[in-house]
Design a binder for this molecule. Structure first.
Ligand code: GLU
Length: 487
């Protein structure tokens, strides 16, 4: 087992056979938090030994997804496919120390036996005696260049480890067949390549999905046979959809990249992912990256599956939109404003204080950056579109509404200062004079300024829409209502 004084080294080892899955990102995050918390190293290994299914595009998507999330890795990326010679050397070493043997059984023969067993409803198990040949026979086959696989000689007994999540796990070795480590074409099997690389990368803790638990006893046997220190293992739970089934596209987007383009903040995504299978041990849910690092502890990893609930993700994003600093938020929102055609980045930066004030106003009401842009639209547009429902509710009495909006307009136009307090005092006074409630002024005014029944506080709206435009919108509303009254 790993000694306490060792500097922790963990790795994320994705197979580049598709986009970066949220489950992969979650595994990467746990490893990253572990390394950052303990001052260790977080390494990245691209497991591209499956040449048929691995693509460069997928490798790029993994880099890009990790970069977006800010899960930076230490040292050079390791490409597993480049380590073939090392995998072969380690397999040879197993032969040299007598922990493995050559198996010259033709593949076709093994296939035949497997099919045969299966047709009788039995599981096929390779029988070591099948490969047993005399030393001279073996030498003869080697001289003739006959192909062979290298098989690991599973010892008797049992293989056990203290999993950081599942505690003690015991596998009887009798359940493990003598598995191939190097195929007859010279390529390593998954377990051989992983162990060889993890030894070479001096990994101290292997943290990965619990779908790998059944590989772990084989890997431990390989470490021991190679005379290497066995790392610690932490098998983290799977991610399920709200229906309790394995997460799939039916439950929503499963690619990290899709969430990036839905206006999610990486900090919110990380916070949400961290809580899928891990708990800080108290009720805290909304955490920044620094808070996650401070709170992360492997003991908080859970055995039961994490539930991927997109509603919760949206909620989490809303929490982060409201929590982070405006300087942090701005780079995510400005592109959304540009996409919505509201203003260019240069225009927004030129009105920095106004823009940041507006963000402050809207961010607490939105769940995504795109939603902030939607809520911001009427602060930018020249004219307002009146929502029929809002008109039906707040402008029902057309003549009276035109009258109160005109009075509101005149009162506002007469003010020496365009500030919230002065405006509020003036309009409350108007309400008193008319013996009506404030709401009877503010609600129709809100529709005139925004076209909607919901918005930030009415005085903030007046402030951010600005004097000229607010008065213009009131004129337009009065004209619209008067025309309506006349027809
Ligand atoms: N490449 C494996 C996977 O994507 C990970 C192997 C490991 O972490 O040991 O599932």
């Amino acid at each position: 087992m790993t000694s306490a004084s060792q500097r922790p080294r963990v790795r994320f080892a994705p197979s580049p056979t598709g986009f970066l899955h949220v489950g992969g990102a979650r595994t990467a995050l746990f490893n990253w938090l572990y390394a950052r918390k303990l001052g260790g190293d977080f390494l990245l290994r691209i497991e591209d030994t499956d040449r048929q299914r691995s693509t460069d595009e997928s490798t790029r998507a993994i880099f890009q997804g990790l970069e977006w999330l800010g899960l930076n890795w230490d040292e050079e990326v390791v490409h597993q496919g480049a380590n073939l010679a090392q995998h072969q050397r380690d397999a040879q070493r197993l032969l040299d120390v007598g922990a493995a043997y050559r198996d010259f059984t033709p593949l076709a023969e093994i296939e035949r036996l497997r099919n045969d067993a299966e047709s009788r409803g039995l599981a096929f198990r390779f029988d070591r005696r099948m490969a047993l040949i005399s030393a001279s026979e073996e030498a003869g086959k080697l001289v003739h260049g006959e192909p062979y696989a290298i098989r690991f000689k599973v010892p008797e007994g049992s293989t056990e480890w203290n999993d950081l999540v599942h505690e003690r796990i015991v596998f009887p070795n009798a359940d493990i067949e003598d598995f191939v480590v190097l195929r007859s074409d010279g390529t390593p099997v998954y377990n051989m390549a992983v162990v060889s690389d993890d030894i070479a990368m001096r990994i101290t803790t292997v943290m990965r999905g619990d779908d790998h638990i059944s590989n772990t006893p084989k890997q431990i046997l390989l470490y021991r046979a190679l005379g290497a220190e066995v790392p610690q293992f932490a098998h983290v739970p799977m991610i399920h959809g709200p229906d309790g089934k394995k997460l799939s596209k039916r439950h929503g987007a499963t690619a990290v990249g899709d969430y990036q383009y839905q206006g999610l903040l990486p900090g919110a995504m990380l916070n949400f992912l961290a809580l899928l299978g891990w708990s800080p041990g108290d009720d805290t849910e909304v955490m920044t990256m620094d808070e996650l690092i401070a709170k992360f502890d492997v003991h908080g990893l859970q055995k039961k599956a994490g539930i991927f609930d997109t509603k919760k993700l949206e909620w989490m994003n809303g929490q982060h939109l409201a929590k982070i600093s405006l300087d942090e938020l701005e780079p995510f929102v400005t592109p959304a404003f540009e996409r919505a055609g509201l203003a260019t980045a240069a225009e927004l930066h030129a009105r920095h204080d106004w823009y940041f004030g507006l963000l402050e106003l809207l961010r607490v009401r939105a769940r995504t950056t795109d939603e902030i842009a939607t809520l911001a639209a009427h602060f930018f547009r020249d004219s307002v579109e009146y929502d029929p429902e809002a008109m039906g509710k707040q402008w029902r009495d057309v003549a009276a509404t035109a009258d109160i909006l005109q009075a509101t307009r005149d009162r506002l136009a007469s003010l020496p200062e365009w500030d919230a307090h002065t405006m509020e005092d003036a309009l409350r006074k108007l309400a008193e004079e008319r013996e009506i409630s404030g709401g009877k002024i503010f609600q129709p005014l809100r529709v005139a300024l925004t076209g909607l029944t919901v918005s930030p506080g009415i005085f903030d709206v007046l402030l951010y829409v600005g004097r000229e435009r607010s008065l213009g919108r009131l004129d337009a509303a009065v004209a619209y209502l008067s025309q309506d009254a006349g027809t």
